[in-house]
Design a protein around this ligand. Structure first.
Ligand SMILES: [Zn+2]
Length: 105
């Protein structure tokens, strides 16, 4: 029964902030999935609210949401497929080149 418990981490906050996670450092800290950082909970939820409005965090949050929709691993596989298609079209461009080259008689 401590009044200060409101300044400790509360998993209910995760409903408001999807990137919010419990920190491995304990309940006096929280973890930001966007910034990939453990941060101090000096004033409880007020600290989280303040962090959410930070310019750095908002940039990280935009990237983080993109990664949720398009995981980097999937993008890498697609890029590899594109490379395979590129090499198969290369002989065709060579054919175009031969028609443009004048043959000396
Ligand atoms: Zn953050």
């Amino acid at each position: 029964m401590s009044v200060k418990s409101r300044h400790l981490y509360n998993s209910k906050w995760e409903l408001t902030y999807r990137w919010l996670k419990a920190s491995v450092l304990g309940r006096k800290h929280y973890y930001c999935s966007c910034c990939r950082k453990d941060l101090k909970l000096g004033g409880g939820l007020a600290n989280v609210e303040m962090h959410a409005t930070r310019e750095k965090h908002m940039k990280n949050e935009a990237n983080w949401e993109e990664e949720l929709l398009f995981p980097p691993d999937v993008l890498d596989e697609e890029a590899a497929d594109d490379d395979g298609g590129c090499t198969s079209t290369c002989p065709m461009t060579q054919n175009n080149g031969t028609t443009a080259t004048p043959v000396p008689m």
